[in-house]
Write a protein of this length. Structure first.
Length: 129
């Protein structure tokens, strides 16, 4: 029997993964915006900038949009430079890292009770968290 080669992640699969994370990023952005106002964009961009420095490959040149989501096209462009065997893992770890950073921003800005609330709400969006 022939062994099947590692299946490369398609553009559609990457877009679906990014879309799922973007729904969570958007929720967290709206939550913080409601609680602290326009400073939210500055706070979250600070965390994104820190991650860009430590995670150049996927988040390089990626910006946060006005709704708190990340630029899908820029992420997909960065994925092209990643070896096909590790694209999915690299994408998931980078997006998870920004998700955890955003949750940390909620905790540091609003306190642990708000952190618990957003985590509970995110579990409704993504039960596997």
């Amino acid at each position: 029997m022939n062994q099947l080669p590692e299946k490369e992640m398609t553009i559609e699969e990457a877009a679906a993964i990014i879309g799922n994370y973007n729904r969570m990023f958007s929720y967290l952005y709206r939550y913080m915006l409601r609680e602290v106002g326009p400073i939210t964009e500055h706070v979250l961009n600070k965390y994104l900038t820190e991650l860009k420095e430590s995670n150049q490959s996927i988040l390089k040149n990626v910006s946060m949009r006005k709704d708190g989501t990340l630029d899908i096209a820029a992420i997909q462009e960065n994925l092209k430079a990643i070896e096909k065997e590790s694209k999915r893992d690299t994408l998931l770890s980078s997006l998870s890292e920004f998700l955890y950073s955003t949750i940390l921003a909620v905790k540091r800005t609003l306190g642990p009770e708000h952190e618990s609330r957003v985590i509970d709400n995110l579990k409704d969006l993504r039960p596997e968290l």
